[in-house]
Design a protein around this ligand. Structure first.
Ligand code: PNW
Length: 466
């Protein structure tokens, strides 16, 4: 139990550690058809019967588009130093291409950025958090198209040009794994494709999009603006189920399929060997030119982390794992995943395993030569209710306290962890789960829009004061 805040916890992090909270455009903004915004693949996905819990959508969401000033003030009130949010591509280019440039979209993000800065909060901007302009899906096939990476770089260029004087922390792509696996493999997220080959093509194009955006930033803006740019990937920890060599190799393979898929090309210049061996010609080849584009293309290692599972070696006959969050195309990995029944679970059914976070940080440090790491998301969904104006989300406080304790342990073991963003600043549209799953440290009443700091927000506040 962490009713009070242990003052020693915050002291285990360096003075310049970046403390922040995070959100994404489609999950919070609402105003879906205001301000010249064009439709995205998530508008269409939500309108497709059966795709989202209760047929919900981000049409209104937290109405952050109109309430952003109040939201930034609440962050300032908590004492966080940074706010990670994403830009909706179809607010900047309503059909995804430069010819549909939308000044009202620029003006909105410009106001938001200024509001952050005047409240003493650094904006950390993600360029792509899954809301692809629908026109690009329909006209060229979205992330499957060879043209998509250049279009993304053009969109990124316009963002750097208009916001780079004030934004010095950029994230190109959020969780390419989710776009590839959940969007194009299992079909549970937009655009809803089911395939065992599309994920590998999509992943390749997402990497190229990242690389091209970084090249634009470095060539045209970085020196003058002095910022940093990187990519954020998500990964669960995979613990070998037994001490057997097979299970240890299975856990390693699972991590390479999850995170190595995206981080190896950027830090080591190629896809992991086990992926080449198992995926065969469904895995694109990274050409010399592409290797040059990707290698060294991230100034920091962005990591989103939520949970842990056991991995065991499986034969070719593995059970199909249809539930999302279960580690990708399992038949390609020859892995069986499981959890310990004694582990606590959040409302997502994701197990609470703080030591998995430390082990993952150490794995990243070892494999990629100790890069600067920012945890750009970590958090949990629990449906705690407001009682007399108070949300006593003790389980969320315990989650944060225990994960941060392991982050501090990782730092003490030599991991170069430089920042931590709580997911999420407020309850929001949790994709296919709709509004059912509440990840916020601020409660949102979706019928009135009223925000209430949960006890976890107050806990962060007293932590940061220490
Ligand atoms: C991340 N999985 O999504 C996203 O970046 C957020 O937008 C989201 O709200 C948050 O985590 C909580 O879900 C994920 O199945 C969705 O492994 C699914 C998975 C991982 C991350």
């Amino acid at each position: 139990m962490n009713r009070g805040v242990s003052t020693s916890l915050v002291k285990r992090f360096p003075d310049d550690f970046v403390w922040g909270t995070a959100t994404s455009s489609y999950q919070i903004e609402g105003a879906a058809s205001e301000g010249g915004r064009g439709p995205s693949i998530w508008d269409v996905f939500c309108a497709t019967p059966g795709k989202v819990e209760n047929g919900e959508s981000g049409d209104v969401a937290c109405d952050h588009y109109h309430r952003y000033e109040e939201d930034v003030k609440l962050m300032a009130e908590m004492g966080v130093r940074a706010y990670r949010f994403s830009i909706s591509w179809s607010r900047i280019f309503s059909d995804g291409t430069a010819s549909s440039f939308n000044q009202a979209g620029i003006d909105f993000y410009s106001r938001l950025i200024d509001c952050c800065l005047s409240n003493g909060i650094e904006p950390w901007v993600t360029l792509y958090h899954w809301d692809l302009p629908q026109n690009l899906q329909e006209s060229i096939g979205g992330w499957l198209s060879e043209d998509i990476s250049d279009l993304f770089a053009q969109y990124a260029d316009v963002c750097f040009q208009h916001f780079g004087d004030r934004v010095t922390h950029w994230i190109t792509v959020n969780e390419a794994w989710v776009v590839s696996i959940l969007g194009h493999g299992q079909g549970v997220f937009a655009p809803g494709h089911v395939s065992n080959s599309e994920p590998y093509k999509v992943a390749h194009n997402l990497l190229l999009a990242h690389g091209k955006a970084v090249r634009v930033y470095r060539e045209k803006y970085q020196t003058e603006q002095g910022g940093v740019i990187g990519i954020t990937n998500n990964c669960d920890w995979r613990e070998p189920l037994t001490e057997s060599v097979e299970d240890k190799e299975a856990a390693q393979r699972a991590l390479e399929f999850f995170l190595g898929w995206f981080a190896d090309p950027i830090y080591l210049g190629d896809y992991p060997e086990c992926m080449k061996a198992n995926v065969g010609d469904r895995l694109p080849v990274i050409s010399d030119e592409e290797r040059e584009l990707l290698l060294g293309s991230s100034d920091f290692f962005g990591l989103n982390h939520y949970t842990t599972m056991f991995a065991a070696h499986a034969g070719r006959e593995v059970k199909k794992q249809a539930v999302y969050g279960n580690g990708g195309l399992s038949e390609d990995q020859q892995i069986d995943l499981s959890v310990d029944e004694s582990w606590l679970k959040t409302d997502m059914q994701w197990a609470v395993v703080p030591w998995g976070c430390r082990k993952l940080l150490e794995w990243i440090s070892d494999r990629y030569q100790n890069p600067p790491i920012y945890i750009t998301e970590n958090g949990c969904a629990y449906d705690d209710e407001i009682v007399d104006g108070v949300v006593d989300d003790q389980r969320r406080v315990d989650y944060y306290a225990s994960y941060l304790n392991e982050c501090a342990n990782a730092i003490e073991n030599g991991v170069n962890l430089k920042g931590y963003f709580a997911w999420s600043f407020m309850d929001n549209f949790e994709w296919a789960s709709g509004y059912d799953k509440r990840f916020g440290i601020h409660h949102v009443d979706f019928s009135t829009g009223v925000r209430t700091p949960k006890n976890s927000a107050k806990w962060f506040k007293s932590l940061l004061r220490g």
